[in-house]
Write a protein that binds this ligand. Sequence first.
Ligand SMILES: Cc1cc2nc3c(=O)[nH]c(=O)nc-3n(C[C@H](O)[C@H](O)[C@H](O)COP(=O)(O)OP(=O)(O)OC[C@H]3O[C@@H](n4cnc5c(N)ncnc54)[C@H](O)[C@@H]3O)c2cc1C
Length: 427
Amino acid sequence: MAHTPYPQSYYAASANPVPERPELNGEVETDVCIVGAGYTGLSTAIALLENGFKVVIVEAAKVGFGASGRNGGQIVNSYSRDIDVIERSVGAKQAKLLGDMAFEGGRIIRERIAKYNIQCDLKDGGVFAANTPKHMKHLEAQKKLWERYGHTQLELMDEKRIREVVNTDLYVGGMLDMSGGHIHPLNLALGEAAAVESLGGVIHEQSPATRIDRGANPVVHTPKGRVKAKFVVVAGNAYLGNLLPELSAKSMPCGTQVITTEPLSDEVAQSLLPQDYCVEDCNYLLDYYRLSGDKRLIFGGGVVYGARDPSNIEAIIRPKMLKTFPQLKNVKIDYAWTGNFLLTLSRLPQVGRLGDNIYYSQGCSGHGVTYTHLAGKVLGEALRGQAERFDAFADLPHYPFPGGQLFRVPFTAIGAWYYSLRDKFGI
Ligand SMILES: Cc1cc2nc3c(=O)[nH]c(=O)nc-3n(C[C@H](O)[C@H](O)[C@H](O)COP(=O)(O)OP(=O)(O)OC[C@H]3O[C@@H](n4cnc5c(N)ncnc54)[C@H](O)[C@@H]3O)c2cc1C
């Protein structure tokens, strides 16, 4: 069986110690078998173990191998489509439950970091940057919307104020969320894996689930072993492939790319982002960036529908970075990598149950660092028989991509091209 290492990235190069976790060999029995050791799987495991369940995780590669170990590290609250979209598509009770939960993921992350003493460079403060007056109007409406659900720690920033926190002339204003922030994403995943093990959970790496036998007593098969469980939680997200065709039918893996500069001097780093907040802009195809713990600029952007790996990532992302910070034109790029997230047509996550005992959560469509932590808690509640919050997610309507498996990539790319043109011209 091939050993799948971490892709080369700044995160892999600066990871805390990574213990080897053995491949599954033979048969084991447990209460819950979780497929995938990203944030969804790890967060679910912690929620279950803290409540007395026995848990075994099978991971195809390594803890945090997927998006959870490669992302921009931005703690962004709420969902990829906002609560107003939810309000329009579901009833008031369901919208209220989902709206109340929209900022919970960030709190869960901070609780876990504190409780399990996870070293992952946590910094508070996230900025949504408006490129156009239309974006600014959107942020003003979003602030009002979030405040209706009790999320009141937000500050609108005019053109002068945003320059105090982001030293670029690209923006007309923005919104600061002090309950947002940033982390070293792989070190968060590794810390959570250590928490799983400290609670008695078992993680098998290099152990892809190749088949799941459904029924009263589900069995998860891997190349050299199998796990008999009362429940299975599927948390493979964009890396799941076709293990469960029901899950791949309504979602599409997409790639997004990240570059990391060489370490900047304290003076330069401070001049770019004086308060060390993270930033994402409001474009349909958005740019996101922040400083690392050792003062590099980590800059991401772009979307590749269908998740093909671009051959020259630096050539795609560096121009975006220089448009934002032309002062970095002589700075070297030390790392460039790609990672996959899972897009749904509504951009809202897909959560549910197949039969009585196979649960899943996937498709947070780009903003998943906070959502996946919330999802783990909500899945844990559902397995304990408290399904009200789980049902609020599970009842969200979802549709297949137009064009089916064959044409969903070009159709979605055309849609995105249309929306990015609107952003470009501010309409
Ligand atoms: C480059 C990039 C930048 C991003 N930036 C941000 C950001 O700044 N802020 C934000 O909120 N969100 C961001 N996201 C999204 C966020 O990272 C994801 O939504 C989130 O990490 C998904 O977590 P997950 O656990 O569901 O999936 P993943 O982290 O992808 O984990 C899935 C795991 O399942 C494993 N797996 C798959 N199939 C199997 C199988 N058959 N058997 C066993 N294991 C299996 C995989 O190996 C993988 O480890 C970004 C995503 C990417 C790709």
